[in-house]
Design a protein around this ligand. Structure first.
Ligand code: ATP
Ligand code: MG
Length: 393
């Protein structure tokens, strides 16, 4: 078999002009971290493409292919066979490599791209000649230039020539870390892991904060959240999960405040504590899994009351999505089965029977001022401990 290589095509990085090198370097760094688990690879970039080339015969290119498909900043990945830059070798490799991809297919066409203009033939001529070679090697197939089952690509590039049969979608987005760091409010539900994934996709590096309410919430509920962080980390890289106890705050709210306001008050505590942790950890925004109208605390009025507790951007990437759309992403990233395990969340203990859906801030503040807000926040911050969730690539 000819030697295979992965050609990863950039997405939006291509548009980055002067900053492009920075984006390319971040991308290569992400890829190298993952490659470490799959053997020795040379990783380099040229002409809007990141090359992943096995450095010896032990390198696991199948494993690397799966890992590369989770790296943000890549829109498409082609598995290609490497050829010398001459028609004789390209023909030899195409005849040997391509037929396996044509099994069970009826039609194909060849598309060629010649970014090395010193190559003798132009792209039309290359396509015609390699098309002929493939027909000879696999006579059961026919050419269809309009709607082929398989598109064979021949690329004449700076470092070599490559033939491939089909591109696979990459993860899209921008390389993690190119858009700063955010603090994800991570519960054990479906929405917040999806929210984290979506912001990581836009290049945001993640820390997470999880609120628990031991003994009202269990050890098992916390493990579930760490498991979710583990799943998101396959895309985002390592996540530091900061765990904070809300037990005393919740007990004080139950003792002192009107029940209808519990959830809203609790959310203002969560946001306030999260903002303070974010500042300590150099996170520039908070990220939540809220979706407009999903529950009482996610009406426009309730979100207004929640937001007014903090003074930094709050990203809610699920805000305009239906539950079904969120579930689809949750399944895609492999989080769903974990998310639906039935463990309690601190939000689900002491829930009011009739939560306010159109709260007014003044009335919320009347309730909030019945306890010493700042002292409770400081006390909760004192319970913080951090778990380093290492990405398993
Ligand atoms: P999810 O499915 O992510 O749990 P949800 O629809 O159940 O979200 P809520 O429980 O109201 O909604 O929570 C809204 C958001 O608040 C969550 O998406 C998450 O970002 C944050 N949140 C809720 N509970 C916690 C928690 N225990 N720790 C950290 N963040 C939380
Ligand atoms: Mg929840």
């Amino acid at each position: 078999m000819p030697k295979e290589i992965l050609l990863c095509k950039y997405g939006e990085i291509v548009l980055k002009g002067a900053n492009r090198k920075y984006f390319e370097d971040m991308l290569a760094k992400e890829m190298k971290k993952r490659a470490a688990s799959y053997g020795k690879f040379d990783i380099y970039h040229s002409q809007s493409t990141l090359y992943i080339e096995p450095a010896d015969e032990f390198a696991d290119i199948d494993g690397m292919f799966d890992a590369a498909s989770k790296v943000f900043g890549i829109v498409a990945i082609a598995r290609a066979a490497v050829c010398e830059k001459n028609m004789e070798d390209i023909s030899r490799v195409a005849a040997e490599y391509i037929p396996a991809f044509l099994e069970g297919k009826k039609t194909f066409k060849v598309e060629s791209k010649r970014s090395d203009k010193s190559f003798a033939l132009d792209s039309m001529e290359i396509s015609r000649e390699i098309g002929g070679v493939i027909l000879d090697a696999y006579p059961r197939i026919k050419v269809d230039v309009h709607n082929p089952d398989v598109v064979v690509k021949v690329e004449i590039r700076e470092f070599g020539a490559y033939v491939s049969a089909g591109q696979f979608p990459g993860a899209g987005g921008m390389p993690v870390g190119t858009n700063g760091k955010g603090l994800l409010l991570l519960s054990g539900g479906i929405d917040s892991p999806v929210a984290g994934y979506m912001m990581a996709k836009r290049g945001v590096k993640l820390d997470a904060i999880h609120f628990e309410s031991f003994p009202y919430t269990s050890e098992r509920a916390r493990e579930k959240v760490l498991e979710l962080a583990q799943i998101v980390s396959e895309y985002s890289g390592d996540i530091f999960v900061h765990v904070v106890s809300l037990t005393h705050i919740q007990e004080e709210l139950v003792k002192n405040c009107e029940e209808d306001y519990f959830t809203l008050l609790l959310r203002r505590y969560m946001m306030t504590i999260a903002e303070k942790v974010a500042k300590q950890k150099n996170c520039l925004a908070l990220i939540t899994g809220e979706s407009l109208g999903q529950v009482a605390s996610q009406t426009i009025q309730a979100l207004g009351v929640t937001d007014s507790a903090v003074n930094m951007p709050v990203f809610r990437p699920c805000i305009g999505m239906d539950k079904e759309e969120i579930v689809q992403i949750s399944r895609k990233i492999g989080a769903f089965e974990t998310s639906i395990q039935p463990y309690e969340d601190c939000c689900t203990v002491f829930t009011p029977k009739h939560p306010r859906t159109k709260p007014e801030l003044e009335k919320v503040l009347v309730q909030e001022n019945k306890v010493d807000f700042n002292a409770l926040v400081e006390e909760a911050l004192g319970t913080l401990y951090t778990v380093h969730v290492r990405a398993k690539y």
